[in-house]
Design a protein around this ligand. Structure first.
Ligand code: PLP
Length: 398
């Protein structure tokens, strides 16, 4: 047995089960790279291994591959290639986009929602130490920012707003187009964290009132270690460290061409899947069926918005038949022992004994906020693979 933190135990056999045997319902934490992605990355490691800044042929080949990947990503998102900035993933992207931009502005007010990923809270904290005031945009019981506060919240001295597009823990989709539009009418820069949205929704950046948009490849069947953001050229941004000046001076460090190639391939696959399905994520149908069955179980309640939610995302509050909340981490452990991988909230918060801040912001009390369960689907599921999951959750509640 391997002993993990918080007494969480998994047998080696369970940890190493192939995906086909595991019921993996934690796509929001990470997703397995698609076979096509692994294939193009392997070719890239073999054939485009040069340093893209070098002037000899291996370097030129690598630079061509890198720029081709940038083009594919830009096209998939309705952007132009020089608006795509690569870095190591969602966390770095949000930090660079938000902090790098804010540092150019005179300190004012930064608005973030009450349900942001911890990185946004961390950047806000850092900016508060530089003279910025931080305004939290409250959410309602479904996790949606309350637009009734819009005028008040966007009044001067608001200079920068960052709102998560698709909330990772409860799945609620925020009205980013409305917020972005309102920001632009007031000369405010708008950033959105689209890490959970990319690949699941058609994005046409050229038509969106969004100045900065962060993403990460490993959430959409791409490799870990690469992400980035879209940035309009009029938005200033300061690099967080200096060096060779790669990525138009915004992010120094020799670029990983194979990761960029893998990311482009993953996004291309996801966007093609959306196109083939009339711009609707095909996972939505399966998600709806599973969600409907789970909600028939007494004691199970949906958290987040009933329909304005990520198409692959189910978030629940689990109580037993006597109405007592069941600890989410315990459920994760019990299901984990059966080869069903789920999470009790965001991967970043799992393993802590604190209640979910996101659920508490939505009005849940501390006890309930420990009973969250998140199931996030991917295209790897066999059609009828959920009966064991439904039975196991039912057994927990009786
Ligand atoms: C909404 C959201 N933003 C940002 C991140 C951070 O992305 P990364 O893991 O690539 O650093 C995550 C990861 O869970 C996320 O869900």
């Amino acid at each position: 047995m391997i002993q993990l933190n918080q007494g969480f135990e998994l047998s080696l056999k369970q940890m190493h089960r192939p995906l086909s045997e595991l019921i993996y319902l934690d796509a929001s934490a990470t997703s397995p790279p698609a076979p096509e992605v692994l294939q193009v990355m392997s070719i890239s490691y073999q054939k485009a291994w040069g340093n893209p800044s070098s002037l000899h042929s291996p370097g030129i080949k690598a630079a061509e591959s890198l720029e081709r990947s940038r083009q594919v990503i830009a096209k998939a998102l309705g952007a132009v290639p020089n608006q795509v900035v690569f870095c190591s993933g969602g966390t770095e992207s949000i930090h660079l986009a938000l902090f790098g931009t804010a540092i150019f502005l005179p300190p004012g007010r930064l608005v973030i929602s009450d349900v942001e990923h911890p990185i946004v809270n961390a950047v806000a904290h850092k900016l508060s130490q530089k003279g910025w005031t931080i305004q939290r945009w409250p959410v309602n019981s479904e996790g949606k920012v309350q637009l009734t506060y819009l005028d008040e919240i966007l009044s001067p001295p608001t200079r920068l707003v960052s709102i998560v597009w698709g909330q990772g823990e409860v799945g609620t989709i925020q009205p980013v187009e409305k917020i972005g539009q309102a920001c632009h009418e007031r000369g405010i820069i708008f950033h959105t964290d689209a890490v959970q949205v990319l690949g699941h929704k058609t994005i046409n950046w050229s038509k969106l009132p969004i100045d900065l948009l962060s993403f990460s490849a490993h959430k959409l069947h791409g490799p870990r270690g690469i992400g980035g953001f879209l940035r309009r050229s009029i938005i200033p941004c300061q690099p967080q460290f200096s060096g060779g000046g790669q990525e138009s001076g915004l992010r120094s460090g020799t670029e990983s061409v194979a990761l960029a190639v893998g990311f482009a391939s993953a996004l291309d696959l996801m966007v093609n899947r959306l196109e083939r399905n009339g711009e609707v994520d095909p996972l939505e149908l399966w998600r709806n069926r599973l969600m409907a069955k789970l909600l028939l179980i007494q004691g199970i309640k949906l958290t987040g918005h009933p329909y304005l939610r990520l198409p692959y995302h189910i978030s629940l509050l689990v109580k037993n038949s006597r109405g007592n909340p069941i600890n989410g981490n315990r459920i994760v452990q019990i299901l984990g022992n059966k080869g069903i991988a789920v999470s009790s909230g965001t991967a970043c918060n799992s393993g802590t004994s604190r209640g979910s801040q996101v659920l508490q912001s939505m009005g849940y009390d501390e006890e309930d906020s420990l009973a969250g369960l998140r199931l996030t689907l991917g295209p790897w599921h066999a059609k009828d693979s959920f009966s064991e999951l439904i039975q196991s959750i039912y057994n927990l509640t009786v």
